[in-house]
Design a binder for this molecule. Structure first.
Ligand code: NAD
Length: 296
Protein backbone atom coordinates (compact mmCIF):
# COMPACT_ATOMS: atom_id res chain seq x y z
CA UNK A 1 0.00 0.00 0.00
CA UNK A 2 1.00 3.62 -0.45
CA UNK A 3 0.80 5.49 2.84
CA UNK A 4 1.04 9.27 3.31
CA UNK A 5 2.03 10.43 6.81
CA UNK A 6 1.64 14.02 8.03
CA UNK A 7 3.00 15.02 11.46
CA UNK A 8 6.03 13.07 12.72
CA UNK A 9 6.63 14.68 16.13
CA UNK A 10 6.89 13.04 19.56
CA UNK A 11 4.14 10.48 18.79
CA UNK A 12 3.81 10.52 15.00
CA UNK A 13 7.59 10.09 14.60
CA UNK A 14 8.02 6.74 16.35
CA UNK A 15 4.70 5.43 14.96
CA UNK A 16 5.76 6.32 11.43
CA UNK A 17 9.25 4.86 11.91
CA UNK A 18 7.71 1.55 13.08
CA UNK A 19 5.43 1.58 10.04
CA UNK A 20 8.52 1.95 7.84
CA UNK A 21 10.58 -0.66 9.73
CA UNK A 22 7.87 -3.26 10.31
CA UNK A 23 6.02 -3.31 6.96
CA UNK A 24 6.63 -3.20 3.23
CA UNK A 25 4.34 -0.23 2.61
CA UNK A 26 5.71 2.68 0.66
CA UNK A 27 5.62 5.69 3.02
CA UNK A 28 5.77 9.39 2.11
CA UNK A 29 6.18 11.86 4.98
CA UNK A 30 5.40 15.55 5.42
CA UNK A 31 6.08 17.73 8.49
CA UNK A 32 6.82 21.44 8.93
CA UNK A 33 9.99 20.38 10.79
CA UNK A 34 12.60 19.02 8.31
CA UNK A 35 14.62 17.36 11.10
CA UNK A 36 11.57 15.28 12.06
CA UNK A 37 11.12 14.25 8.41
CA UNK A 38 14.79 13.21 8.23
CA UNK A 39 14.34 10.65 11.05
CA UNK A 40 11.89 8.87 8.72
CA UNK A 41 13.67 9.33 5.37
CA UNK A 42 16.83 7.90 7.02
CA UNK A 43 14.84 4.65 7.36
CA UNK A 44 13.66 4.61 3.74
CA UNK A 45 10.60 6.87 3.59
CA UNK A 46 10.23 9.50 0.87
CA UNK A 47 10.04 13.17 1.86
CA UNK A 48 6.84 14.78 0.56
CA UNK A 49 7.05 18.42 -0.53
CA UNK A 50 3.53 19.31 0.60
CA UNK A 51 0.26 17.93 1.91
CA UNK A 52 -0.85 17.59 -1.72
CA UNK A 53 2.30 15.62 -2.59
CA UNK A 54 1.70 13.18 0.28
CA UNK A 55 -2.01 12.78 -0.44
CA UNK A 56 -2.12 12.28 -4.22
CA UNK A 57 -1.93 8.59 -5.13
CA UNK A 58 -1.85 7.34 -1.52
CA UNK A 59 -4.19 4.52 -0.45
CA UNK A 60 -4.14 5.78 3.14
CA UNK A 61 -3.25 9.25 4.47
CA UNK A 62 -2.60 9.63 8.21
CA UNK A 63 -2.18 12.66 10.46
CA UNK A 64 -0.70 13.02 13.96
CA UNK A 65 -1.04 16.74 14.72
CA UNK A 66 -1.22 18.83 17.93
CA UNK A 67 -4.58 20.64 18.05
CA UNK A 68 -8.02 20.20 16.43
CA UNK A 69 -7.39 23.47 14.53
CA UNK A 70 -4.20 21.94 13.03
CA UNK A 71 -6.12 18.87 11.88
CA UNK A 72 -8.83 21.11 10.43
CA UNK A 73 -6.28 23.20 8.51
CA UNK A 74 -4.42 20.17 7.14
CA UNK A 75 -7.59 18.32 6.10
CA UNK A 76 -10.08 21.00 5.04
CA UNK A 77 -7.74 23.97 4.42
CA UNK A 78 -6.62 25.28 1.03
CA UNK A 79 -4.69 22.58 -0.84
CA UNK A 80 -5.23 20.25 2.12
CA UNK A 81 -5.98 16.52 2.18
CA UNK A 82 -9.62 16.86 1.08
CA UNK A 83 -8.73 19.08 -1.89
CA UNK A 84 -6.27 16.43 -3.12
CA UNK A 85 -8.02 13.17 -2.18
CA UNK A 86 -10.58 11.22 -4.15
CA UNK A 87 -12.91 8.24 -4.12
CA UNK A 88 -11.44 5.03 -2.70
CA UNK A 89 -8.83 6.70 -0.49
CA UNK A 90 -8.89 6.49 3.31
CA UNK A 91 -7.96 9.21 5.76
CA UNK A 92 -6.97 8.22 9.33
CA UNK A 93 -6.52 10.80 12.10
CA UNK A 94 -4.23 9.54 14.89
CA UNK A 95 -4.34 12.88 16.75
CA UNK A 96 -6.40 13.49 19.87
CA UNK A 97 -9.11 15.58 18.26
CA UNK A 98 -12.54 16.94 19.25
CA UNK A 99 -15.41 14.51 18.52
CA UNK A 100 -17.29 17.38 16.80
CA UNK A 101 -14.28 18.14 14.56
CA UNK A 102 -13.90 14.43 13.69
CA UNK A 103 -17.54 14.35 12.55
CA UNK A 104 -17.19 17.61 10.58
CA UNK A 105 -14.11 16.32 8.72
CA UNK A 106 -15.69 12.87 8.24
CA UNK A 107 -18.80 14.38 6.61
CA UNK A 108 -16.72 16.54 4.25
CA UNK A 109 -14.58 13.51 3.30
CA UNK A 110 -17.64 11.28 2.77
CA UNK A 111 -19.15 13.83 0.38
CA UNK A 112 -16.11 13.25 -1.87
CA UNK A 113 -16.07 9.45 -1.45
CA UNK A 114 -13.11 9.48 0.95
CA UNK A 115 -13.47 7.17 3.98
CA UNK A 116 -12.33 8.36 7.41
CA UNK A 117 -11.34 6.65 10.66
CA UNK A 118 -10.61 8.48 13.92
CA UNK A 119 -7.80 6.51 15.55
CA UNK A 120 -6.29 8.27 18.57
CA UNK A 121 -3.51 6.47 20.38
CA UNK A 122 -2.44 5.92 23.99
CA UNK A 123 0.75 4.66 25.60
CA UNK A 124 3.06 7.67 25.33
CA UNK A 125 6.29 7.97 23.42
CA UNK A 126 7.68 4.85 25.11
CA UNK A 127 4.71 2.81 23.87
CA UNK A 128 4.97 4.41 20.43
CA UNK A 129 8.66 3.39 20.18
CA UNK A 130 7.90 -0.16 21.32
CA UNK A 131 4.75 -0.44 19.14
CA UNK A 132 2.76 -1.37 22.25
CA UNK A 133 0.40 1.62 22.08
CA UNK A 134 -3.36 1.18 22.03
CA UNK A 135 -5.22 2.57 19.02
CA UNK A 136 -8.93 3.18 19.57
CA UNK A 137 -10.71 3.42 16.26
CA UNK A 138 -14.05 4.84 15.16
CA UNK A 139 -15.55 4.45 11.68
CA UNK A 140 -16.99 1.96 9.23
CA UNK A 141 -16.03 -1.66 10.12
CA UNK A 142 -15.09 -2.61 6.53
CA UNK A 143 -12.81 0.43 6.26
CA UNK A 144 -11.32 -0.52 9.65
CA UNK A 145 -10.71 -4.13 8.54
CA UNK A 146 -8.95 -2.95 5.38
CA UNK A 147 -6.72 -0.53 7.31
CA UNK A 148 -5.97 -2.97 10.16
CA UNK A 149 -2.69 -4.42 8.80
CA UNK A 150 -1.27 -0.90 8.46
CA UNK A 151 -2.33 0.06 11.99
CA UNK A 152 -0.98 -3.22 13.39
CA UNK A 153 2.46 -2.44 12.01
CA UNK A 154 2.85 0.15 14.77
CA UNK A 155 0.41 -1.04 17.46
CA UNK A 156 -0.16 -4.30 19.30
CA UNK A 157 -3.60 -3.20 20.51
CA UNK A 158 -5.95 -1.93 17.82
CA UNK A 159 -9.57 -1.78 18.99
CA UNK A 160 -12.62 -0.91 16.87
CA UNK A 161 -14.93 1.10 19.17
CA UNK A 162 -17.87 1.76 16.80
CA UNK A 163 -18.97 4.55 14.49
CA UNK A 164 -16.85 7.56 13.55
CA UNK A 165 -15.99 9.63 16.65
CA UNK A 166 -16.17 6.79 19.19
CA UNK A 167 -12.39 6.28 19.16
CA UNK A 168 -11.94 9.91 20.13
CA UNK A 169 -14.48 9.71 22.96
CA UNK A 170 -12.66 6.64 24.38
CA UNK A 171 -9.36 8.55 24.18
CA UNK A 172 -10.74 11.59 26.02
CA UNK A 173 -12.09 9.34 28.79
CA UNK A 174 -8.72 7.57 29.12
CA UNK A 175 -6.71 10.78 29.26
CA UNK A 176 -9.00 12.43 31.78
CA UNK A 177 -8.47 9.41 34.05
CA UNK A 178 -4.68 9.47 33.49
CA UNK A 179 -4.44 13.21 34.29
CA UNK A 180 -6.59 12.85 37.43
CA UNK A 181 -4.25 10.02 38.48
CA UNK A 182 -1.25 12.31 37.92
CA UNK A 183 -2.87 15.11 39.94
CA UNK A 184 -3.53 12.69 42.82
CA UNK A 185 0.11 11.53 42.56
CA UNK A 186 1.34 15.12 42.79
CA UNK A 187 -0.67 15.72 45.98
CA UNK A 188 0.33 12.40 47.52
CA UNK A 189 4.05 12.84 46.84
CA UNK A 190 4.03 16.40 48.19
CA UNK A 191 2.19 15.30 51.35
CA UNK A 192 4.68 12.47 51.89
CA UNK A 193 7.86 14.48 51.36
CA UNK A 194 6.54 17.40 53.44
CA UNK A 195 5.95 14.88 56.26
CA UNK A 196 9.62 13.91 55.91
CA UNK A 197 9.43 10.65 53.94
CA UNK A 198 12.28 9.60 51.62
CA UNK A 199 10.80 10.21 48.11
CA UNK A 200 12.52 7.18 46.55
CA UNK A 201 11.14 4.86 49.24
CA UNK A 202 7.69 6.48 48.94
CA UNK A 203 7.64 5.87 45.17
CA UNK A 204 8.90 2.32 45.72
CA UNK A 205 6.13 1.51 48.21
CA UNK A 206 3.34 3.11 46.15
CA UNK A 207 4.55 1.26 43.05
CA UNK A 208 3.64 -2.02 44.74
CA UNK A 209 0.56 -0.73 46.60
CA UNK A 210 -3.01 0.21 45.74
CA UNK A 211 -2.09 3.82 44.88
CA UNK A 212 -0.10 2.62 41.85
CA UNK A 213 -1.16 3.25 38.24
CA UNK A 214 0.40 3.46 34.81
CA UNK A 215 0.17 7.28 35.09
CA UNK A 216 2.02 7.13 38.44
CA UNK A 217 4.95 5.27 36.86
CA UNK A 218 5.85 7.97 34.33
CA UNK A 219 4.83 10.79 36.68
CA UNK A 220 7.00 9.58 39.58
CA UNK A 221 10.03 9.16 37.29
CA UNK A 222 9.73 12.80 36.26
CA UNK A 223 9.09 13.90 39.88
CA UNK A 224 12.19 12.11 41.23
CA UNK A 225 14.41 13.47 38.45
CA UNK A 226 13.00 17.01 38.74
CA UNK A 227 13.33 17.19 34.94
CA UNK A 228 10.16 18.37 33.22
CA UNK A 229 11.69 19.38 29.90
CA UNK A 230 11.93 18.43 27.07
CA UNK A 231 8.39 17.03 27.13
CA UNK A 232 7.40 13.59 25.98
CA UNK A 233 3.79 14.82 26.23
CA UNK A 234 3.47 18.60 26.47
CA UNK A 235 1.31 20.18 29.17
CA UNK A 236 -0.37 22.31 26.48
CA UNK A 237 -1.52 19.11 24.71
CA UNK A 238 -2.73 17.53 27.97
CA UNK A 239 -4.66 20.71 28.77
CA UNK A 240 -6.21 20.55 25.28
CA UNK A 241 -7.30 16.93 25.88
CA UNK A 242 -8.91 17.73 29.21
CA UNK A 243 -10.59 20.79 27.70
CA UNK A 244 -12.12 18.49 25.06
CA UNK A 245 -13.32 16.05 27.75
CA UNK A 246 -14.91 18.94 29.69
CA UNK A 247 -16.58 20.19 26.49
CA UNK A 248 -18.05 16.72 25.90
CA UNK A 249 -19.25 16.57 29.51
CA UNK A 250 -20.95 19.97 29.06
CA UNK A 251 -22.74 18.71 25.94
CA UNK A 252 -23.94 15.59 27.79
CA UNK A 253 -24.49 17.31 31.17
CA UNK A 254 -22.20 14.84 32.95
CA UNK A 255 -20.58 16.12 36.19
CA UNK A 256 -16.76 15.75 36.31
CA UNK A 257 -15.56 17.20 39.62
CA UNK A 258 -12.17 15.44 39.46
CA UNK A 259 -11.64 16.32 35.80
CA UNK A 260 -12.57 19.92 36.43
CA UNK A 261 -10.17 20.28 39.40
CA UNK A 262 -7.35 18.73 37.39
CA UNK A 263 -8.06 21.00 34.42
CA UNK A 264 -7.71 24.02 36.72
CA UNK A 265 -4.45 22.63 38.09
CA UNK A 266 -3.14 22.34 34.51
CA UNK A 267 -4.24 25.93 33.91
CA UNK A 268 -2.26 27.11 36.97
CA UNK A 269 0.84 25.35 35.62
CA UNK A 270 0.33 26.94 32.20
CA UNK A 271 0.00 30.35 33.87
CA UNK A 272 3.37 29.67 35.51
CA UNK A 273 4.80 29.46 31.97
CA UNK A 274 5.10 25.65 31.95
CA UNK A 275 2.87 24.88 28.93
CA UNK A 276 5.71 23.64 26.74
CA UNK A 277 7.12 21.46 29.52
CA UNK A 278 6.00 17.89 30.13
CA UNK A 279 2.42 17.42 31.39
CA UNK A 280 3.90 16.18 34.70
CA UNK A 281 4.95 19.82 35.35
CA UNK A 282 1.66 20.20 37.28
CA UNK A 283 3.84 19.03 40.20
CA UNK A 284 5.69 22.35 40.04
CA UNK A 285 2.51 24.19 41.12
CA UNK A 286 2.69 22.32 44.46
CA UNK A 287 6.47 22.55 44.65
CA UNK A 288 6.25 26.30 44.20
CA UNK A 289 3.53 26.75 46.86
CA UNK A 290 5.28 24.47 49.38
CA UNK A 291 8.80 25.69 48.49
CA UNK A 292 9.94 22.08 48.42
CA UNK A 293 10.70 19.58 45.65
CA UNK A 294 10.06 15.85 45.40
CA UNK A 295 13.55 15.48 43.92
CA UNK A 296 15.88 14.95 46.90
P1 NAD B 1 4.32 17.17 18.61
O1 NAD B 1 4.15 18.65 18.73
O2 NAD B 1 5.55 16.53 19.17
O3 NAD B 1 4.25 16.75 17.04
C1 NAD B 1 3.38 17.35 16.12
C2 NAD B 1 4.09 17.43 14.78
O4 NAD B 1 3.18 17.99 13.83
C3 NAD B 1 5.32 18.35 14.80
O5 NAD B 1 6.45 17.67 14.27
C4 NAD B 1 4.92 19.54 13.94
O6 NAD B 1 5.99 20.10 13.21
C5 NAD B 1 3.90 18.89 13.01
N1 NAD B 1 2.94 19.84 12.43
C6 NAD B 1 2.19 20.77 13.06
N2 NAD B 1 1.41 21.43 12.18
C7 NAD B 1 1.68 20.89 10.96
C8 NAD B 1 1.21 21.14 9.65
N3 NAD B 1 0.31 22.10 9.41
N4 NAD B 1 1.71 20.42 8.62
C9 NAD B 1 2.64 19.45 8.84
N5 NAD B 1 3.13 19.16 10.07
C10 NAD B 1 2.66 19.87 11.11
O7 NAD B 1 3.01 16.54 19.23
P2 NAD B 1 2.80 15.01 19.71
O8 NAD B 1 3.14 14.91 21.16
O9 NAD B 1 3.46 14.10 18.72
O10 NAD B 1 1.21 14.89 19.61
C11 NAD B 1 0.55 14.68 18.38
C12 NAD B 1 -0.89 14.26 18.69
O11 NAD B 1 -0.86 13.01 19.41
C13 NAD B 1 -1.64 15.26 19.59
O12 NAD B 1 -2.98 15.34 19.18
C14 NAD B 1 -1.50 14.66 20.98
O13 NAD B 1 -2.56 15.07 21.84
C15 NAD B 1 -1.55 13.17 20.67
N6 NAD B 1 -0.88 12.28 21.63
C16 NAD B 1 0.36 12.59 22.15
C17 NAD B 1 0.95 11.71 23.05
C18 NAD B 1 2.32 11.96 23.65
O14 NAD B 1 2.69 11.24 24.61
N7 NAD B 1 3.10 12.90 23.15
C19 NAD B 1 0.30 10.51 23.42
C20 NAD B 1 -0.94 10.22 22.84
C21 NAD B 1 -1.52 11.11 21.95
Amino acid sequence: MKVGYIGVGNMGGPMCRNLIKRSNHSVTVFDLNPEAVKTCTDLGATAGKSIADVTRGADIVMTSLPMPRDVEAVTLGADGILANAGKGQTYIDLSTNAPSMVKKIGAAMAAKGVAMLDAPVSGGTVGAEAATIAIMVGGDKKVFDDALPVLQSFSANVIHMGELGTGTVAKLVNNMMAFCNAAAAAEGLMLGVTAGLDPHKLVQVISSSSGNSSAFKSFSERALSGKFSPPSFALNLAHKDLHLAMELADELDVPLPQGSATHNLQRMARRMGLGNNDSSAILQVYESVLKKTVKP
